[in-house]
Design a protein around this ligand. Structure first.
Ligand code: NOJ
Length: 511
């Protein structure tokens, strides 16, 4: 029999018997991107008038906190190599590039009395280079880097930080509102709760952590309201916030486990979602109750968790045009607490123990394991509890060792894309997806040991040579075809990526 007939009959049978998995597709207007952040890639830490940031300061003073003693002084040297970065984006064919502005590069003291033109010139050039190739800039205003001068004034624990951030945002909006349509105010406000990162550093009893949460959220709202008032009507841009939205799932089906998982969700994400996306606003009631209880036990006359005033609540409610979702993994939650979990401070307040699926694939980062179902479940949870928010996946990624043949990363990407398409099919409003990261970079205190890049960076070479990994080609193919192509493969040796300028073709079609 003619082979075409065999194929035809087989497809017919598979379709009728449901043998073949349904081929799901990303919609034509779905946006694909890649993400980076200033401290992790730029380098040029004190060039052309840049001020010191908390990370510059911290890693200069304490090089030992980073596993391999590297820091962001040079990083990927994107301060000088941004044209190569844009070339890589053209190779990948992405729709958008999510990068962050270093506050102390443009306002060296953090305050708007000194504006560093040379610092702004760097971002002018980067944005213009992106627009030249029709790549959409998505700008994060704060990705963990407070100007050190402001840290000396108390950083995010000073209530004036809300005004400082609004003033900084105002300068950036004024300069780029006509060119940038996607804004992320704050990346992962939960950084306030991470013991290793400034500004929480030294705040052993988690007093400053919750104050930081309050102010960083108010700072977000202040920037959102400013854009809304001054620029929204004219430029029609969108302003969102990116939250760390990993899934906290019960370890088993005991009621206590589900309750513990819900507590963990409220501490890890409800704390930030509730003030903006819930009807009642403010911090979640379970967090309020628990922190009050533990604070009392610790001898505090009042809860360590501050409250919002009516007016603050009003500013926060609805203060986002989209929810930036940073999703990497799933944690399994036991109801029993364990003292020295050591991972997250607020564990003491929330009384749970966390584990991971034993069989889940492990990345190079010890905290990162693959559990694609978690992305699906996290999306459905958001829909149910926060009424179908508009989502952009602003980060998702996988770390490996060095090496170009990263088939493990490709498998993870495929599985997570499948989960994402299912979540979309089941009603989740997802407008775009951004892979973390365009290239290997400084993974904070893990240095350059955990490699998240679609491009490998040779940090020892003078030009910080970037070379496409196999996953870069897989991502390019996915973006082009908008499907998850199970049969995709290329020769393991000798693969090459070429500029396709997909977005330029798109522009021509639109004209
Ligand atoms: C989230 C953070 O935004 C980013 O800076 C970090 O590198 C990635 N997670 C990977 O850990």
């Amino acid at each position: 029999m003619d082979t075409r007939w065999v194929v035809f009959i087989f497809s017919l049978l598979s379709a009728t018997c449901g043998w073949a998995e349904k081929q799901r597709k990303f919609k034509d207007d779905f946006l694909f991107g890649v993400s980076t952040s200033a401290y992790q890639i730029e380098g040029g830490w004190n060039e052309d008038g840049k001020g010191e940031s908390i990370w510059d300061h911290h890693l200069h003073k304490h090089p030992e906190v980073v596993i391999d003693f590297v820091n962001g002084d040079v990083a990927c040297d994107s301060y000088h190599l941004y044209k190569r970065d844009v070339e890589m984006l053209r190779e990948l064919g992405v729709d958008f590039y999510r990068f962050s502005i270093s506050w102390s590069r443009v306002l060296p003291t953090g305050l708007p009395n000194t504006i560093n033109e040379a610092g702004f010139a760097y971002y002018d050039n980067l944005i213009d280079e992106l627009l030249k190739y029709n790549i959409i800039p998505m700008v994060t205003l704060y990705h963990f880097e407070l100007p050190q001068r402001l840290q000396l004034l108390g950083g995010w624990s000073n209530p004036l930080s809300v005004q400082w951030f609004q003033d900084y945002a105002g300068q950036v909006f004024k300069r780029y509102a006509n060119k940038v349509k996607y804004w992320i105010t704050i990346n992962q406000p939960s950084v306030c709760m991470e013991p290793y990162a400034p500004p929480a550093l030294g705040d052993e009893d988690a007093v400053g952590a919750y104050i930081c949460v309050k102010h960083i959220l108010l700072a977000h709202a202040a920037a959102y309201r400013l854009y809304e008032k001054e620029y929204k009507k004219k430029y029609k841009g969108q302003v969102g916030i990116s939250l760390s939205l990993n899934l906290y799932d019960p370890v088993d089906n005991r009621t206590e486990s589900e309750e513990a998982a819900e507590r963990a969700r409220q501490f890890a994400s409800g704390l930030y979602l509730n003030p903006i996306w819930s009807k009642e606003g403010g911090f979640p009631s379970v967090v309020k109750e628990l922190v009050a209880k533990v604070s009392k036990k610790e001898g505090f006359p009042k809860s360590r968790l501050p409250e919002f005033t009516e007016e603050e609540n009003k500013a926060l409610k609805g203060s986002a045009d989209f929810l930036g979702m940073n999703h990497y993994t799933t944690f399994l939650v036991y109801p029993e607490s364990e003292k020295n979990v050591g991972e997250l401070w607020y564990i003491g307040d929330l009384d749970v123990r966390i584990t991971r699926g034993e069989k889940w694939e492990e990345a190079m980062s010890p905290w990162l394991k693959s559990a694609p179902y978690g992305l699906y479940k996290a999306c459905l949870y958001l829909n149910k509890h926060y009424d179908y928010p508009q989502i952009i996946i602003t980060e998702h990624g996988w770390s490996t060792d060095t090496g170009l043949n990263d088939t493990g990363r490709i498998t993870v990407m495929k599985e997570y894309f499948k989960a994402l398409l299912l979540a979309i099919e089941d009603g989740t409003e997802v407008k775009g997806y951004s892979y973390w990261s365009l290239m290997d970079n400084l993974e904070w205190i893990s240095g350059i040991m955990e490699r998240f890049g679609l491009y490998e960076v040779d940090f020892h070479s003078e030009n910080k040579t970037r070379t496409a990994r196999k996953s870069a080609l897989f991502y390019k193919h996915t973006i082009e075809k908008k499907i998850i192509d199970e049969s995709w493969d290329i020769d393991d040796k000798d693969f090459k990526i070429e500029i396709s300028d997909r977005r330029m073709k798109k522009k021509k079609d639109e004209l």
